[in-house]
Design a protein around this ligand. Structure first.
Ligand SMILES: [Zn+2]
Length: 393
């Protein structure tokens, strides 16, 4: 199987602060590129021998940063500067290959100076300059976590990303993905998910998912550490040690939970072509008595993972309005039975006599309602074709 290089473009929503940081990075990349180009041109005009790429890099990046005129280059990630210069090298190589006839096709012009008035401002980052966060945001070195509008999936980890600001002031991330593997094959499964307190999640196919043992153990340890801390006198050395222990236990719980969320969300996305959840007003719930359980369950982080993984792998993801009475309707006949206190775990439909497990019934209603929404075109579904898309730039 041969590897293919694909380019995937997505809109970015940088914050005002991130826009400023990006403007700085665009400016620094431009400066390094132009400085390199100027030195090469001057050397050529003076009849001097070709400067090696590594020597040029030392001159326009490493040494330049130590001068007062270029000290501000240190404010941006060095990955950005190195890649800007690499672009200059590539431009020269293409130009020379074109001159010698080694490169076929249209003649390639020699590299020209970049201007702040250019239609496109760009920086390019390789693997060590960016990261994809579990919540779907793109972490760019020295810029921060930028929101991405995922419209489809990436078939595998990108090898590089170019951040573009176009003439209209819009921002894009253009990922380069080396891929030889297939996107996820289509399946027919569609699952409704009820997120609850008795179980972490209940699925419309009847499965109930509880927190795994390692997470429950970590949570127990955290509770013990917290109790231990509350018994220590303020200002004592023992209290300080107990504080550290609580912080460590907290981190372990967070890691275990994230791990569990990742495994479960990946499995659900793999198994199903469409995933439906209730849009829990987690913030609203968090102000009530349920607050602690809600925070502990980490539902919103889990739902975010489902959403971005669905986009990544070309699956359908749909949230149901939280006002939808998922626990009041009979999923068998559709009759509405009225609200029930949380303590009611099973109930019998007055109209058709079906005995319902409260949570499984809710998950089935969520699936049915979401299917209606998607069918009626009321839902905003991501491009569900899933397959690798031809480069658009
Ligand atoms: Zn019924």
């Amino acid at each position: 199987m041969s590897t293919v290089q694909l380019r995937y473009n997505f809109r970015l929503d940088p914050t005002p602060g991130q826009r400023m940081a990006l403007a700085r990075a665009f400016g620094c990349a431009r400066t390094v590129f132009n400085d390199g180009l100027r030195i090469r041109r001057e050397a050529h005009a003076a009849g001097l021998p070709h400067i090696r790429d590594t020597d040029l890099q030392k001159q326009v990046i490493t040494t330049a940063k130590r001068t007062p005129e270029r000290a501000w280059l240190a404010e941006v990630s060095s990955v950005v500067l190195v890649q800007a210069l690499a672009d200059l090298h590539t431009a020269y190589r293409n130009f020379f290959a074109s001159l010698s006839g080694e490169r076929k096709g249209r003649n390639v012009a020699p590299p020209r100076f970049r201007s702040r008035k250019d239609n496109r401002q760009t920086i390019r980052l390789t693997r060590n300059g960016f990261r994809l966060r579990p919540d779907g945001r793109l972490n760019i070195a020295r810029i921060g976590d930028v929101r991405v509008r995922w419209s489809r999936g990436l078939p595998s980890d990108p090898s590089s990303v170019t951040i573009v600001k176009d003439a209209a002031g819009r921002y894009f991330a253009s990922f380069v993905v080396q891929t030889s593997d297939e996107p996820l094959p289509d399946t027919t499964g569609e699952v409704g998910i009820d997120l609850g307190l008795t179980h972490f999640a209940v699925l419309s196919d009847g499965r109930k998912v509880t927190a795994p043992k390692f997470l429950r153990r970590a949570e127990r340890k955290l509770r013990r550490a917290q109790q231990n801390l509350s018994r220590k006198a303020r200002g004592s050395g023992n209290r300080e040690k107990a504080v550290v222990k609580v912080a460590r236990a907290h981190a372990r719980v967070a890691d275990a939970r994230r791990d569990h969320h990742h495994k479960l969300s990946t499995a659900l996305i793999r198994e199903n072509q469409a995933v439906y959840v209730e849009d829990l007003c987690v913030n609203g719930l968090a102000r009530t008595r349920l607050a602690k359980s809600v925070h502990d369950a980490g539902w919103s982080a889990f739902v975010n993972m489902l959403e971005y993984k669905a986009a990544r792998y070309g699956r359908v993801f749909q949230r149901i309005d939280r006002m939808f009475p998922s626990s009041q309707l009979c999923s068998a006949c559709g009759s509405r039975d009225g609200p029930k206190p949380l303590a009611v775990r099973t109930w019998t439909c007055r109209d058709c006599g079906t005995v319902h497990d409260r949570d499984i019934n809710a998950a089935r209603n969520i699936r049915a309602e979401a299917q209606h929404m998607v069918a009626a075109g009321r839902a905003e579904t991501p491009n569900a074709c899933g397959g690798p898309v031809r480069p658009s730039a």
